[in-house]
Each structure stands twice: as C-alpha cells, then as structure tokens.
Design a protein. Structure first.
Length: 180
C-alpha cells in the first residue's frame, strides 16, 4: 500500500516526522537512523531527552463531536527546568527568571495543548511550543550601556516645556468674559 507516494514502511507519524525535519534543519543525523527519536532537538548542541518530559493526556474542552467526552486528546506537557541535565546553567537561569504563568513555584514548566482534535497533533504542538520557549531563552540579552543626555537634548526638552507652559498660560480666563 502506498500513501502520499511513499511505501508504507517509510511513513512516519507526525511527531517523528517533525523531529526528522528539525534534525535536517539543524544539520543533525536523522532520528530514524541514529536512534535520536527519544530526543527533542532545540539547537545543534541542546536536546531534551524524552525521559525528562512528562506527558499527561486529558479530555479537551471545546468542539469535538461524539468523541469530546470519550477521548483524551488534550496534552499537558511538564518539563522540570530546575533539575534538567540537558540545559546549561545560564540557559536555566534565564528560563527561571522569566515571569511566565506556565512556570510553577517548583520550577516545572507546564504546557497544555488542545488546539487540535487528535492526540498526536496536540502532542507535537506541545513539544514545538516547549522547543520555542527554550530556543527563545537561548538568546542572551545585550547589556545596557548607561549614557548621559547631550546638552542639545536637554535644551530641546526645556524649550518644549517652555512652549507648553506658554500655551497653558494663554488658557487662563483673565478677560472680562469670565464670571469666576
């Protein structure tokens, strides 16, 4: 049987296919050939092992027809940021410093995905969102360099204040028309 032009033996399920594509983009070996299918690749040197991720499948809210009360399609993905051996210390500190409501007091990141109607797509969505969060934390913010305002900018600010004061002074009711 042939589906989408590939023999049945070469078909990949959605999460594995995404890992395969992600590995190709990062220049890593394919998860099928190298046994990396149990890793969530973030960058070329950062990957999260599957045993660090805890997935729980719950019933999803919203539309779903007959299956909405029977099938647990929503995914709750938990990742322990504090105790993860996969994350470098500086990356861990940046992730914990973010004020994110998905981060618990114990340092566990909880991502819930229920956008799709199938468990596999929600699982892949949760993993992609975790990868995006970790990838965003890899960006090191630039240090701010303290500068002094120039003399000309101080003068422009003071001139603007004088003009504004002149306009407000002109609004005063000093004429004979006011009954105050």
């Amino acid at each position: 049987m042939v589906a989408r032009g590939l023999p049945m033996t070469r078909q990949l399920n959605l999460p594995t296919r995404r890992l395969h594509i992600r590995a190709q983009q990062l220049g890593l070996p394919s998860p099928r050939t190298s046994g990396l299918s149990c890793m969530l690749a973030i960058t070329a040197d950062i990957a999260i092992a599957d045993d660090e991720l805890v997935e729980r499948f719950v019933r999803s809210a919203g539309p779903g027809g007959q299956n909405v009360n029977k099938v647990s399609t929503a995914v709750e993905l938990r990742f322990d940021v504090v105790n993860s051996p996969s994350l470098p210390d500086d990356l861990r500190a940046r992730m914990l410093a973010r004020r994110d409501r998905r981060l618990t007091a114990e340092g566990v990141l909880v991502i819930s995905a229920q956008r799709f109607r199938t468990q596999e797509r929600n699982r892949a969505d949760a993993r992609d969102r975790l990868a995006a969060l970790v990838l965003a934390a890899t960006h090191v913010p630039k240090k701010r360099v303290a500068t002094k305002p120039t003399r000309a900018s101080k003068l422009r600010r003071l001139d603007g204040k004088k003009q504004r004061a002149q306009i407000k002074r002109g609004r005063g009711g000093r004429g004979a028309d006011s009954d105050a």
